[in-house]
Design a protein around this ligand. Structure first.
Ligand code: ARG
Ligand code: GLU
Length: 716
């Protein structure tokens, strides 16, 4: 027995020997956990240069931008670099027919030209501390998940009042390792963030949906902002009197570029990963959840595409929505393919078998973890139908825009039941919101979407999860979804902004009566009610059981395979990931290089094309090989890939070299490797970065914004 145990341990050590490229590490634990390995892989700086609370370190140059992307400070005057797709909302908001910054780009040639962006913010991490003991005070093993959470919430609330911080700072406490540990983040948030520059979409989003998630890539996916602070350099609300923020640390730029095997790091705010799941969970994603979501999105994309090809206005109105739906659609397809091609489920099962053997061989582990895997497997099989129903609801309902409008109108009923003043306040808000909605709304498209997606909703779901009102309406319409759609959209006042305006401008009593009787409002209410009564209670109950079991399983993996070094799943907190520049073998006979050049942009160039047009100026610069100091042997580098473990939220993250210098900007992953969120595999997982030399080439040679180049610190 003992010998077998030893054998198992050694074979497992071999199996799990910490892969250099995998992991999203906590910056304050680098010294203890990663520094040695990072140096072995080529890093020339120390962990303290990356994270320190006593001196300016690289972490002081990194911000969470708006909570959804990452950006970094690249000058002593608070200049921020992030992706074009991260700044897109701001670029779009400032665009008009006269000043089409999406099409033509935008450059501030002095600070007066920079544009303010209400609502956008940049958050620095000042310090990170473990607070597990305090957060779990009073938590006992016998507690239900709900009791545990309420104790945890209480402890967090009290901690927030006692932890040391300045008045202009905030405290964020988040669970890690499935809530086995808790860390506290002291943060500083700046809310005066101005747009400084963006290339035209034909550079910043070159290749659009066709190239999205793909390598080889040729996108200059960057935009620039500036942080403004009060005169004391502290966070301050927008004011024309604010001044450019003076950072504790600004990144230095290196024009040396990267070679195969070079060490890189990506520093940012990855959103969500689930790397420690049971095989049953992964199997379910492959077989049930991803296909359900992919199928619904394929339908939606087909409908949008049909209209967008025929109608120029619809194409403009729906471009952003189409891109949003397509982004996850394509990622999930890659995820399923990658999970299958790397045999993720089989590998998890192998690991679980080993887990069982080791646990069996140790009485104390046996006590703690007996039947754990079986229970987890059972819980996943319990949740399957509810998870499917959740995916159906979440994927279908928000894509039918009339339901969103109905929900807004419905909120007026709630306000009205309070008092007239609440109603009037809400009325102003709803009207403002709907003004925006209707700019990008076509009832014709929406009606078709309703017809098609409601058919999926009815036909692909168990009867008990389907809204009874929908079924009876369907029956009234001779079981024809198209007839039902026609009648619903013809009968509802809410497909027209004019009708909504005139209704709300009349008496409140009359409006409320109409809203209450509107068929779309009633149908939406019934869909929601069906979901909240037949799906969510059971879904939440099983999910909370899974959470509890998964927390134990996370701890168990750390105990049983204790020679492995563990990183926590991504949860939108600051992480660092590192790996080497390298190509990959995508599939049989297809091997990819790790660098792209402007030559490749010209190869893809299709004059006048929606996705692959190239600005004239670029063509001229290319013809003259006028790359300035940013070219290399007569060629202009554009993008490169490396084995850094990144995910959504890492967009805009700096790619740093062995010295901590800025060499690129992270913006995507390769399609074959999008399963890295669930099962990182160094053979096909690569992140995609735009080379900083391409960014500077565009700013300098294309846009002539020398003012921006001059404030950057470029290593000699
Ligand atoms: N795939 C990247 C990400 O997940 C880029 C998305 C934006 N670009 C696009 N063509 N839709 O966010
Ligand atoms: N484009 C993604 C983002 O917006 C990054 C790509 C990824 O998911 O790795 O964060």
């Amino acid at each position: 027995m003992k010998r077998m145990f030893l054998l198992l341990i050694t074979s497992f050590a071999f199996l799990t020997r910490c892969f250099a490229d995998e992991g999203m590490w906590l910056p304050h634990l680098l010294q203890a956990m990663n520094e040695k390995q990072m140096k072995k892989m080529g890093m020339k700086i120390s962990a303290a240069d990356i994270y320190s609370i006593s001196k300016g370190s690289l972490k002081d140059a990194i911000v969470s931008l708006g909570g959804f992307c990452t950006a970094e400070v690249i000058s002593e005057s608070g200049l921020l670099l992030t992706n074009h797709h991260c700044g897109f909302d701001a670029i779009q908001n400032h665009s008009s027919v006269q000043n089409n910054y999406i099409r033509d780009g935008f450059w501030a040639y002095n600070k007066e030209q920079e544009l303010q962006n209400p609502g956008l913010f940049a958050t620095f991490i000042i310090r990170i501390e473990e607070v597990t003991q305090d957060v779990l005070k009073g938590v006992t093993p016998g507690m239900t998940e709900k009791e545990r959470q309420s104790q945890v919430d209480k402890n967090i609330a009290s901690l927030k009042t006692t932890l040391k911080k300045e008045t202009y700072q905030d405290i964020l406490i988040r669970p890690f390792f499935d809530a086995n540990k808790y860390f506290c983040f002291v943060t500083e948030t700046y809310r005066d963030i101005r747009l400084v520059g963006a290339p035209p979409a034909s550079i910043g989003n070159f290749g659009k949906d066709t190239d999205n998630w793909m390598w080889p890539r040729h996108t200059g996916d960057f935009s620039m902002f500036r942080i403004y602070a009060g005169k004391d350099n502290k966070p301050a609300p927008y004011s024309p009197d604010n001044v450019p923020y003076k950072p504790k640390k600004a990144l230095t730029i290196s024009l040396k570029g990267m070679k195969e095997g070079d060490f890189t790091m990506v520093f940012g705010f990855p959103g969500r990963t689930t790397e420690y799941l049971h095989s049953a969970a992964v199997e379910q994603i492959i077989r049930v959840n991803d296909p359900a979501k992919i199928g619904i999105r394929a339908r939606a994309l087909g409908i949008l595409d049909g209209f967008m090809r025929k109608d120029e206005q619809i194409k403009i109105q729906y471009a952003a929505k189409y891109a949003g739906i397509e982004n996850s659609y394509k990622k999930w397809k890659g995820e399923v393919a990658g999970l299958k091609s790397t045999n993720a489920v089989g590998k998890k099962k192998e690991k679980e078998a080993l887990f069982e053997k080791i646990v069996m061989a140790k009485p104390e582990m046996n006590m703690a973890y007996m039947d754990l895997l079986k229970k987890l497997g059972q819980a996943y099989s319990d949740i399957e139908p509810y998870g499917y129903a959740r995916d159906y609801y979440n994927e279908i309902i928000p894509k039918i825009e009339l339901f969103g409008i109905a929900a807004d109108m419905n909120s007026l009923l709630t306000a009205y039941s309070k008092d007239e003043a609440s109603y009037n306040k809400r009325k102003t808000e709803v009207l403002e919101k709907l003004e925006e909605t209707f700019k990008e709304y076509s009832p014709v498209v929406d009606e078709k979407m309703f017809e098609s997606l409601m058919a999926l909703y009815v036909n692909d779901q168990k009867p008990e999860n389907v809204s009874p009102l929908l079924l009876s309406l369907l029956k009234e319409n001779g079981n024809s979804f198209s007839q039902l759609a026609q009648n619903l959209y013809a009968g509802s006042s809410f497909v027209s902004l004019d009708k909504i305006r005139s209704l709300l401008n009349g008496s409140a009593a009359n409006a409320v009566g109409e809203i209450r009787n509107d068929a779309a409002v009633r149908l939406y209410a019934d869909l929601l009610k069906t979901y909240t009564s037949s799906v969510s209670p059971k879904l939440n109950e099983i999910q909370s059981n899974i959470n509890q079991l998964q927390r134990t399983y996370m701890q168990a993996q750390m105990d049983v395979f204790s020679d492995k070094v563990y990183y926590p799943d991504a949860n939108s907190t600051l992480r660092i990931t590192y790996g080497n520049v390298k190509g990959y073998k995508a599939r049989d006979a297809v091997q990819y290089d790790y660098y792209t050049y402007l030559d490749g942009v010209m190869e893809k160039y299709k004059p006048g094309d929606y996705e692959f047009d190239v600005p004239k100026k670029i063509i001229e610069l290319y013809a003259k090989k006028d790359f300035g100091p940013y070219g290399l042997n007569g060629r202009q580098p554009v993008c490169f890939i490396a084995a850094n473990h990144t995910t959504g939220g890492n967009s805009g993250s700096p790619a740093l070299d062995a010295y901590g210098n800025l060499v690129g900007l992270n913006f995507d992953r390769v399609w074959e490797g999008t399963m890295s969120d669930i099962n990182y595999d160094v053979s096909i997982c690569r992140n995609i970065m735009v080379d900083i030399r391409y960014v500077l080439f565009i700013i300098d040679k294309f846009a002539g914004a020398r003012n921006l180049i001059d404030e950057m610190k470029i290593a000699k």
